[in-house]
Design a protein around this ligand. Structure first.
Ligand code: NAP
Length: 332
């Protein structure tokens, strides 16, 4: 997949139901368009609720930056992440969900109906599902900014093809790092995998794949401490965290794959978050505010799979249905 491929998700935005002029009041507003948001959309629309998904600027969530997804049930021979997300989006639209590719800049959950604001519009929802997912974590090095787009990347599947015939560094020890390192060997002459411990966190099956790949060199107990270059990144400085020995590698790129940070800044003063910023669920998919629900990686730090995110989207939609039905009964 290239960076261009990921935009194909956006290209579907003309399909599906047209947004009626000035329709800003919905039964359910879903913030986010990854597997959880889309699944919630499918279930809410199918249950007869007037449902809006505000998808953000790059709909599809993290799967847009993934190549083959082998572990999402229903696909005998795997499916490309972006294709899966396009299909989910179309399925949602076929159910009648309104999808707007706009970014939410503020929310007001203090009074009902809840308000969800983009730069230009204010939408109302009787219920809201937060499905904003998570973003790549950064190493915190100055060079990450200096060389952003000039060697430093957070998405091998987006940017890998730009790094042909170069030596590369991947930082991290989880499934993402191993997946990225393995993918990058298609283009790179060598991939240096730098991990802060002496064993990987990644699943055994992925580890085996990487250990058997002759193009991957492992740097254990090590961290990337500096990124150097002129116009583009040319070197990565590694430090062995046990011996303090520093090594400079001549490399053309650094791919950072050290986990994610939940996208919850918007909700900080209204929704209960844990010490790492994940939404705290009170009961099933309910947040601390009655009528506001959360689904997917925004609250799930344990499983973080497309299929679990989709499952949470389904659960949130069912909880929304119960909540809206009970609210309607109370008013009668
Ligand atoms: P992760 O499992 O949380 O792993 C993050 C890795 O980065 C860990 O090895 C961690 O080191 C390291 N790390 C964290 N902060 C760091 C820092 N500041 N400096 C250096 N290293 C740091 O995250 P992930 O790999 O993105 O995976 C997230 C979830 O998605 C997981 O559940 C994973 O199984 C899933 N996933 C699945 C697939 C697949 O099945 N195809 C692909 C990708 C991801 P420590 O090990 O020392 O903590």
């Amino acid at each position: 997949m290239t960076a261009d491929d990921s935009t194909s998700v956006l290209e579907t935005k003309d399909e599906g139901p047209k947004i009626p002029d000035k329709e800003t009041k919905f039964d359910v507003v879903i913030i986010g368009a990854g597997p959880s948001g889309y699944t919630a959309g499918i279930y809410c629309s199918r249950a007869g609720y007037d449902t809006l998904i505000l998808s953000g600027i790059l709909p599809g969530g993290q799967l847009v930056n993934t190549t083959e997804v082998e572990n999402y049930p229903g696909f005998e021979n795997a499916i490309m992440g972006p294709d899966l997300m396009i299909d989910m989006r179309k399925q949602c639209q076929n159910m009648g969900t309104t999808i707007i590719d706009d970014e939410v800049v503020d929310v007001d959950f203090r009074r009902k109906p809840f308000k969800v604001l983009t730069g230009t519009e204010e939408y109302e929802g009787r219920a809201v599902i937060i499905a904003t997912g998570a973003n790549p974590r950064k190493l915190g090095l100055e060079g990450e900014q200096t060389f952003a787009g000039k060697g430093v990347s957070y998405c091998a599947t987006c940017d890998g093809p730009f790094f042909r015939n170069l030596e590369l560094v991947v930082s991290g020890g989880g499934d993402s790092a191993i997946e990225e390192a393995t993918f990058l060997t298609k283009f790179a002459t060598k991939v240096h995998l730098v991990h802060r411990r002496s064993e990987l966190r990644a699943s055994k099956v992925m580890q085996e794949r990487a250990f058997n790949n002759k193009k991957i060199d492992f740097h254990w107990d090590s961290a990337v401490i500096d990124i150097k270059g002129d116009q583009k990144m040319q070197q990565a400085v590694l430090k062995n965290l046990k011996t303090n020995e520093e090594t400079t590698l001549d490399v053309g790129g650094l791919f950072v794959a050290i986990g994610h940070v939940p996208n919850t800044k918007l909700f900080e003063n209204q929704i209960d978050l844990d010490d790492q910023g994940y939404v705290v669920l009170k009961n099933k998919t309910h947040t601390n505010i009655e009528g506001v629900f959360a689904a997917g990686d925004v609250h799930d730090r344990n499983y973080r799979q497309a299929v679990t995110a989709a499952g949470y989207g389904c659960m949130a939609a069912i909880d929304v249905d119960k909540y809206l039905t009970e609210s309607a009964n109370k008013q009668e």
